[in-house]
Write a protein that binds this ligand. Structure first.
Ligand SMILES: Nc1ncnc2c1ncn2[C@@H]1O[C@H](COP(=O)(O)OP(=O)(O)OP(=O)(O)O)[C@@H](O)[C@H]1O
Ligand SMILES: [Mg+2]
Length: 420
């Protein structure tokens, strides 16, 4: 449904070149929820903004639902019209909602339809239908300032669905929400994915998001995709970094001459008493160093780090027994284990901290021109910020000469850049 080939984005900033995307090949299948995860600055937002051509790629191609958007982008005025038409089939959800605070909830949802030239009665019918879909049937006349963060994001999602898109792009849609609200928004995205057959590409720095709703995931680092695949397949891939982050089972050997192994349980094996069988069959004492159990993509899955007395050579048979039970077994290298204990990888945790700081700063730093008096919430919230961003999915930013979203949405990256 979404395919990028050799997608490259190089920003020119104050005479300096920044390679945000470095030949990204991405393939998102129809009807799946695909998560892209990575540390701050990895290029995640650049990727999503290149996918709907809000940001023009320096090189490479983007195909969405069989349409090569990169080809449309480069062919003058007429092509821009085609690109806009193609883009109505792509909904976009933002971290800070980007609702127009001077408009009611219903009018916010109608905005993209207005731009598409849909008649008043039809707009209204569609907006109310979408509000029901996102569980806000009674909020049509409310203003954004009267809504909670979760409700605002529901409006943002309803607006993204206005043009009947086949694809929904989401850039950190839950990062500004508390854990409980995050769960309900993720559930909504999952429901929409299933009810409407919507393909969802979401960007996140939270592993929890990937765990909760993604069918597939990719890990980005320095503008490249370093790992990708189905979540359950990744979990079954020995040495997978994403799997390790999904199930961070800490724990180091209690002394020399021990064998430490990570055992991953899938499906049926998750309910088998394999560890006690192992202990009884081979008469070994097993220590559990760490464990994590969860439901991923609707399947129960778990990981356990255990320790057996003696070196690996002495434990070849018990390890073989575990493998015979259909378990995935990774024997850990003692040197690697010691290194991991000394410096945890923190692939995601550090990104989370940075993003919070960046988000906060950006809010306080909203350029005055992005917020007009008429378009400010009573209580200045994040959504009062880049009102212009609302236009991104539907507005003809090309005709405006300059993409208002580009500058508004870019500020976090720049703030972060300056803070460095
Ligand atoms: N408009 C821009 N001009 C110059 N450099 C940019 C611009 N946008 C992004 N960058 C740079 O490109 C790199 C990737 O940024 P991007 O915003 O895509 O990262 P990200 O993975 O979304 O990070 P975060 O998790 O903090 O949102 C960073 O080094 C960033 O500073
Ligand atoms: Mg980003």
């Amino acid at each position: 449904m979404i395919t990028t080939k050799g997608l490259t984005k190089v920003y020119e900033s104050r005479g300096r070149q920044v390679t945000a995307l470095d030949g990204v090949d991405l393939h998102v299948r129809e009807g799946e929820v695909f998560g892209v995860i990575g540390q701050s600055g990895a290029g995640k937002s650049s990727l999503i903004r290149c996918v709907n051509l809000l940001e023009r790629p320096t090189a490479g191609t983007v195909t969405v639902d069989g349409v090569d958007l990169t080809a449309l982008a480069g062919r003058g005025r007429r092509a821009n019209k085609d690109l806009r038409a193609a883009r109505t089939r792509i909904g976009m959800v933002f971290q800070h909602f980007n609702l127009l605070s001077s408009r009611t909830v219903q009018d916010n949802i109608e905005l993209p339809l207005e731009i598409l030239g849909v008649s008043g009665a039809e707009r209204s019918r569609r907006a109310l239908e979408l509000l029901d879909l996102v569980g806000l049937g009674d909020k049509a006349r409310a203003y954004p300032a009267q809504l909670s963060g979760g409700q605002k994001q529901r409006v943002g999602i309803a607006r993204a669905l206005a043009g009947n898109p086949k694809v929904l792009l989401s850039d950190e849609a839950t990062s500004a929400l508390d854990p409980e609200t995050t769960r309900s928004i993720l559930q909504l995205l999952r429901d929409l994915n299933q009810q409407l057959g919507l393909t969802v590409l979401l960007i996140t720095h939270e592993m929890e998001v990937v765990k909760t709703i993604c069918d597939s995931a990719a890990l980005m680092r320095k503008g490249r995709i370093v790992e990708s695949g189905g979540v359950t397949e990744l979990l079954a891939t020995p040495g997978s970094e994403l799997a390790r982050e999904l199930f961070p089972v800490g724990g180091t050997a209690s002394g020399p001459d021990r064998t430490v192994i990570d055992v991953t349980f899938h499906g049926d094996s998750a309910t088998q008493p394999v560890i006690s069988q192992l202990s009884r069959t081979y008469n070994v004492d097993i220590s559990i160093l760490g464990a994590a159990m969860d439901t991923v993509a609707g399947r129960q899955i778990g990981r356990m780090r255990i320790e057996l007395p003696g070196r690996y050579e002495e434990n070849v048979v018990p390890v073989g027994f575990l493998r015979e039970q259909g378990l995935q077994v990774d024997v850990l290298d003692p040197a690697e284990l010691a290194a991991e204990a000394a410096a945890p990888t923190g692939l995601v945790t550090s990104a989370a901290t940075t993003a919070e700081v960046v988000g906060g700063t950006a809010d306080g730093d909203t350029p005055p021109e992005a917020t007009t008096a008429a378009d400010t919430d009573a209580a200045p919230g994040p959504d009062s910020a880049p009102a212009a961003d609302t236009e991104t999915e539907a507005a003809p930013e090309e005709t405006a000469g300059k993409d208002p979203a580009a500058s508004a949405d870019r500020s976090p990256a720049l703030v972060k850049e300056n803070a460095k």
